[in-house]
Design a protein around this ligand. Structure first.
Ligand SMILES: Nc1ncnc2c1ncn2[C@@H]1O[C@H](COP(=O)(O)OP(=O)(O)OP(=O)(O)O)[C@@H](O)[C@H]1O
Ligand SMILES: [Mg+2]
Length: 186
């Protein structure tokens, strides 16, 4: 699945990124003041560059994941601005330099856009195998009155009919591709 997305041409990636922005704006219908977890693309993942511009223009606040400096196995979500100082983490992925005053509790985010390796129509998500997103989502209290909507972002070629599910896997509320919007639980 990773090879499939890495084989997409720059032109295909660009048109995918544009179409994704349009479809994500159908899911995040009211972006003003929304707190949105995002990611910087890597490994052929769809780029969110158009989504960042759309969020900033519409007064939403994007947050980027940072590998947790102490636990090493969770993600912190930190506010991302166009001029945020950035660094490269141990996977070679860009992340903002840690600034604790700009970190949001994960449960306080309204939406989290997650990359993935494969997804199915039931909302199951296969990640890169680190368990970072699953461990971080497990911190959201199950009885919380406010829970972030989890939105998987993928190329259409990352869709499979069914995926194996582990007890710790947290299902997605939506999956958005350049072609489609999946709402598995509605
Ligand atoms: N809530 C959790 N608490 C403790 N360990 C966990 C939790 N969630 C996942 N893990 C551990 O992480 C490992 C990797 O999980 P999994 O294979 O589901 O990764 P993934 O979903 O592909 O990765 P990611 O979440 O980073 O995208 C599992 O073997 C499991 O031991
Ligand atoms: Mg998982």
């Amino acid at each position: 699945m990773r090879n499939l997305r890495k084989e997409l041409t720059p032109e295909e990636q660009k048109s995918a990124a544009k179409a994704l922005k349009i479809n994500i704006s159908q899911v995040i219908k009211d972006p003003k003041n929304a707190r949105v977890g995002t990611y910087i693309s890597n490994d052929g993942e769809p780029s969110l560059d158009y989504v960042f511009q759309w969020l900033w223009q519409n007064k939403a606040t994007p947050f980027l994941p940072i590998l947790h400096p102490f636990t090493q196995v969770h993600l912190l979500f930190q506010r991302y601005e166009e001029n945020s100082p950035m660094t490269t983490n141990r996977y070679g992925i860009l992340e903002p330099e840690l600034n604790c005053s700009h970190v949001s509790p994960v449960a306080a985010l309204d939406f989290i856009l997650t990359p993935l390796v494969a997804f199915d129509s039931q909302g199951n998500r296969l990640g890169m195998g680190g368990g970072y997103y699953d461990r971080t989502f497990a911190q959201i209290p199950p009885d919380a009155s406010h829970r972030p909507k989890l939105i998987g972002v993928a190329h259409q070629c990352q869709h499979l009919d069914a995926l194996p599910v582990a007890s710790w896997d947290v299902p997605l509320d939506y999956i958005v591709t350049p072609e489609r919007i999946y709402c598995p639980h509605r």
